[in-house]
Design a protein around this ligand. Sequence first.
Ligand SMILES: Nc1ncnc2c1ncn2[C@@H]1O[C@H](COP(=O)(O)OP(=O)(O)OP(=O)(O)O)[C@@H](O)[C@H]1O
Length: 632
Amino acid sequence: MSWADSVADPYARPIRSSWRTYVPPHLRPNTDNAVFGNSNHFGSSSSANRFDRSGRAGSSRGRGRGGGFRGRGRSWGRQTQFHDAPNSDPFDIVEKFDELEVIEDCDDVVGGGGGGGGLNFDAYEDIPVETSGSDVPPPVNSFAEIDLGKALIDNIKRCKYVKPTPIQRHSIPISIAGRDLMACAQTGSGKTAAFCFPIISGILRNQTMSPVSNRINIAYPSALILSPTRELSCQIHDEAKKFSHQTGVKVVVAYGGAPISQQLRNLERGVDILVATPGRLVDMIERARVSLRMIKYLALDEADRMLDMGFEPQIRRIVEQMEMPPPGARQTMLFSATFPTEIQRLASDFMSNYIFLAVGRVGSSTDLIFQKVEFVQDMDKRNYLMDLLHTQCDNGAHGKCALTLVFVETKRGADALERWLSMNGFPATAIHGDKVQMERERALKSFKSGFTPVLVATDVAARGLDIPHVAHVINFDLPKDIDDYVHRIGRTGRAGKSGLATAFFSEKNMTLAKPLVELMQEAKQEVPPWLAQYAETSSAYGSGGGRRYGGSKFGGRDFRNSTQFNSGDYNYSSSYADAVAVADSYVATSNACTYNTPVTTDYAAAGVVDSFAADSRGFAFDQEPIVASGWD
Ligand SMILES: Nc1ncnc2c1ncn2[C@@H]1O[C@H](COP(=O)(O)OP(=O)(O)OP(=O)(O)O)[C@@H](O)[C@H]1O
């Protein structure tokens, strides 16, 4: 249980013995991926909805099945019962954090022994790790081995972080040594702390804390953390505030869709770490309210997303044209679970003598997530979804319904599905880029609290969000890009817990068949024979495409090790278009549509599409980026 869990879950006690540390699945005795019997997701879920299923029509499953459920207009009888939805403001964390005590006898944190609830932490060594670059600092086994400073170590104890996760073990020493870092690790494996700890520790060590802004009210943060969505920025801000508790380090968040005036006032009180979405940051810089002149640390979370063509121009402006110290004069840290080769090339412009680190395979999904793919035609999707939700509630402990995240392709589709679910007696809410910020926050809060245990979302919720107790991710509409799939399903199966991901697949998703099969095989998932068949067919016709990362199972991921790079074919300052032109297999996996192919997506339709994958494939380079269409 994380600290966040303990706040969200009224039944959970924030004591050390209940904390489930991150353990890779192959090290856990009798790993049970049967999520629906798993009390991690249900027993302690904050959702307490009870549904009376009387009168529900039965259904069968399988390819080509007709719908057995006739749900329209039917309610599930008994009124849904919710426990009191928590009134607490999830963003008001510092107050709650104060109430938690530091556990002084936490040997595992300070001593780094092999404790931690009897788990064998030495076995973490088994996780495949690739590092490349010169003079790579060695990994550590405990937080205490790194000089993070007492105040930060105390906060780590407060968070009940007993042991560093694999990405933290490897990346924190690298960052503490002042090296630039491009890091890749699976979803839910603790990347946020991996970049926050070195930043906080560095600010404390160098005493570079910013003064309250000067007479002309310009803020000079020493660290900048950029993320693609408002919700993710808020989440990182909350985490960074917890980690900075009682250290004097000031963390401020700036994101679009909310009044700028309050955010500017927060900046005036002083800021050491600014967490921001690119659009709002540019606005503040242009208003001369923020200067990047003093930046020592730059972190890009979801770095591949930040450097794809939706955000890349804005990021380039921020990093190269707005007083930001150059590479070498600042430390740059890029993190993501996916890192396509061509984005690595692009990112290398921003870095100096960097170390590449991959914990697990780049772009792989964790085998904590049990993946299922069902063949479902569009017209049957709603019935299938209803069946899944019914089954889920049947199997939930104490009749509770687990939190389920349903991904759809378009904003309009999200609203329609939310309405349909609600009309059919299933409390649902939706989040997408056309909702105003207050609606987005309300939807997320309602979902987190279990008040509406189904959240219908576009890709705006696909990356980074760490929502406790999400037991099931359903890809109602599959994304066009396998990386988006990896991030979406990564909303479950986090921090050592298991999760379930179900995808509805049809002929429309042919191009995803091959990478999906490869991803599932890699994560030791059972691949349905019909899907394997599709994968073969699609690659025979050249439409499938292989993985975007190349190389052997656990290698070939740092693009600098690729043949093109080493043979000198690669020009270090090449443009994005050049990079794409030499990128291996990217074109093949990107839905058979190259970046310089003219627009194929109906523009009107693109207006309602809220996914990077869909949008980006509909836009050529010289056209308007997609930021305005749902991302922040
Ligand atoms: N050392 C640790 N021990 C226990 N839990 C941890 C540790 N580090 C992080 N966590 C918890 O793991 C969860 C996932 O962490 P985080 O959100 O940073 O993952 P992530 O790798 O950034 O995921 P994503 O790729 O989806 O953005 C969080 O709830 C966090 O509190």
